[in-house]
Each structure stands twice: as structure tokens, then as C-alpha cells.
Design a protein around this ligand. Structure first.
Ligand SMILES: [Zn+2]
Ligand SMILES: [Zn+2]
Length: 356
């Protein structure tokens, strides 16, 4: 009897320790700086930090739906952290270049809560380290067509940015991809016959990929269409705005999809799926250039050589990576040791050039 009493005390103390331990070791994730209606579903993902396999938690079913939409998990929307969710978390961490733990650690949950592109992360190759390319079935290549036309919807538009501004933003975004490929893009008025149709849509808008309110999924693309979430506050110059989403950064990313690129694991690449707010990230990274040139080849009128000071961005002169067939060189600051495309010899070569 005495022993049972002691054992019960021991169990109570142990359980209290577990509760206390759980309360003190949860790493708080940095809250997104939302000033207006946050996407409620995504915000609740913060409650899942440190969930591990075997856990039963309200909210895991919503997370599974999120992973399902992004191509990481089949239909199985229970609130249990099972094998399928663990596999999804591992693949997500690999894809986003996060530490691979298989648990919902604070890094992972923070990324899950970060606004992103709504296009699935599933592509034919799963290299896990750089750009990806969609299959021709998902995004047919623009073959035998040197001039691709695009047009804006007249009814599905926003009115707080001027139409001139929106046209300028998209012109710059298309020009980035044109500068490194043989492709040419032209805006036309004939929306019905344009190759690429562009518009702003809210909620369920009939293509099976409903938007989800403020933040969360920001935009998505189809082979011939580019859709922005109308619920976002789209900004042009004012990209440091706490509430705004930079239209140019997202447009450049979505055009990459229209042309056949999937999501990249390189965080600095335009084709990385997540977007940090208050930052403009619209110039192509060498990972994006490698990917798009794998599909279409380089721009025949614009060879990149060591002395070339052109930029992959339309303004020129910023965040430049210059290269030719022999070497991969830079005109900006970057760490060659972190470049996944360089072998040891090339890294030394880049380091040497940096010092010169
Ligand atoms: Zn995307
Ligand atoms: Zn859509």
C-alpha cells in the first residue's frame, strides 16, 4: 500500500515535470508582422511547434491539407502525426533547404507560415538542391514560338495601383526571363487570344486552386495563365510596406512557372517558393538562369562573358552573375563555397577573382 502511494507520487511528479518541461522548451516562432486580417488557418500552425511522430493534435489535419495541396501527401486528413506526415515533413524540409529533422521544429513551422506561391512543389525531378523543371504535360514548353503574347483581364484587376504601373511591373518581370533566353514577350489588348492571361482573383475562382485570403498563398500560375490573389495588398515601389506584397517579385516568380520551371531549393533563387515580406527579390539568380536555359537555351544576342557588366535584372548593374563556358564568375558579393554548381576548382577560381 505504502509502495503504491509512493509510486503514485512519483507518477504525479513525473507528469508535472513533463508539463513544465513542455511549457519551457517550446521555442516561440517569430510572429508574422500582420497588421490586418491574417489567414487564420496558417496562423494556427504556430500551435504545432515541436509536434513529433505519434502526437495527436488538433490542427494536424489542416496541416495535412496544406501538404496535400503542395504535393507532399495523399488524402489522409487525421489529427495524428503519422508516417505519412513525417515523410511529408522530411520532404518539405529537404525541398526548402531546412535542417532535416522530420519534426515540426520552429524553423519548419516558421517556413510553413511564411507567405508563398500556391503552385505545388511536386516536379518530375526531385534533385533537392537546385532548380526543377515541370514535365511537358504539366507545363508544355513554348516551342516554335519566338514571340509570346500576354494580356490583362479587364474585369479581374485591382484599382489601387494604376494600370500603367501594373503594365510596367509585368514588362520588367517578363524582360528578366527574355534577357537570358531566346524568348520574346509582347503585351496585347486581345485578352481572349493572348498566350498568357493575367488577372487578380479572390477565393474560389473556378480553377480548382482557391485563394485563401490575406497572405498564405499569394499567387499561382498555369501553363497559360497567371493569377494573383486579390485579397493581398499589392505594392509596386513601396515594397518595404508592412502589409504589402511586392508585385514585381511575385510576377517574376510566376512567369518562371508559365515558362516551365518548378520550385527551387535555392533560397536566393526567384523560384524558391516562399517570400519574405518587406523585401524586393525580383532579379534572377544563377540557379534560375541555369534552369530556364536548360529548357530554352541562352539568349543568342546576349552572351555573358567575364567583362560583361550586364545584369539579369532590367535595370542593369545589380546582383550580377557573369559567366561563360569556362568559368563562373561574379560581379557582386556571394560565397562561392555555398554555390552548389561549383566544383572545388571553380570555387578557388571565384575566390581568386573576388580578391583581385
Ligand atoms: Zn511558385
Ligand atoms: Zn487561379
Amino acid at each position: 500500500m505504502h509502495m503504491i502511494f509512493l509510486f503514485n507520487i512519483f507518477v504525479i511528479v513525473f507528469l508535472l515535470q513533463c508539463v513544465f518541461h513542455a511549457n519551457t522548451t517550446v521555442t516561440p516562432i517569430s510572429p508574422l508582422n500582420h497588421n490586418h486580417n491574417v489567414n487564420a488557418t496558417w496562423h494556427k500552425f504556430s500551435e504545432l511547434v515541436v509536434a513529433r511522430k505519434g502526437a495527436k493534435l488538433s490542427g494536424l489535419s489542416e496541416l495535412k491539407k496544406y501538404f496535400h495541396r503542395l504535393g507532399y501527401l495523399n488524402d489522409n486528413f487525421t489529427d495524428t502525426f503519422d508516417d505519412t506526415l513525417e515523410t511529408a515533413v522530411l520532404n518539405y524540409q529537404k525541398k526548402l533547404g531546412l535542417p532535416i529533422t522530420g519534426t515540426l521544429d520552429s524553423n519548419t513551422v516558421t517556413e510553413i507560415m511564411t507567405p508563398r506561391c500556391g503552385v505545388s512543389d511536386k516536379t518530375i525531378d526531385n534533385l533537392g538542391s537546385k532548380y526543377t523543371i515541370f514535365s511537358d504535360f504539366d507545363y508544355p514548353k513554348w516551342d516554335n514560338q519566338t514571340e509570346i503574347t500576354y494580356a490583362f483581364s479587364t474585369k479581374d484587376m485591382i484599382n489601387y495601383l494604376s494600370f500603367d504601373d501594373i503594365q510596367d511591373v509585368l514588362r520588367r518581370s517578363f524582360s528578366r526571363w527574355a534577357s537570358v533566353t531566346p524568348l520574346k514577350f509582347k503585351e496585347v489588348d486581345d485578352y481572349g487570344n493572348a498566350d498568357i492571361k493575367i488577372g487578380f482573383y479572390e477565393g474560389d475562382h473556378g480553377d480548382g486552386q482557391p485563394f485563401d485570403g490575406v497572405l498564405g498563398f499569394l499567387a499561382h500560375a498555369f501553363p497559360r495563365a497567371l493569377h494573383f490573389d486579390d485579397a493581398e495588398t499589392w505594392v509596386n515601389i513601396d515594397y518595404k510596406s508592412k502589409v504589402g506584397v511586392d508585385l514585381e517579385s511575385i510576377a517574376t516568380h510566376e512567369i518562371g512557372h508559365v515558362l516551365g520551371l518548378g520550385h527551387s531549393s535555392v533560397e536566393k533563387a526567384i523560384m524558391y517558393p516562399n517570400f519574405k515580406r518587406g523585401v524586393k527579390k525580383a532579379d534572377l539568380n544563377i540557379d534560375d538562369v541555369e534552369g530556364i536555359q536548360k529548357i530554352y537555351g541562352p539568349n543568342p544576342n546576349k552572351a555573358f562573358v567575364e567583362s560583361d557588366s550586364s545584369s539579369y535584372g532590367p535595370e542593369g548593374g545589380r546582383s550580377v552573375v557573369k559567366w561563360n563556358n569556362k568559368s563562373l564568375l561574379k560581379n557582386g558579393k556571394r560565397n562561392p563555397n555555398k554555390n552548389p554548381f561549383l566544383d572545388e576548382c571553380q570555387k578557388k577560381q571565384v575566390s581568386k577573382v573576388d580578391k583581385d
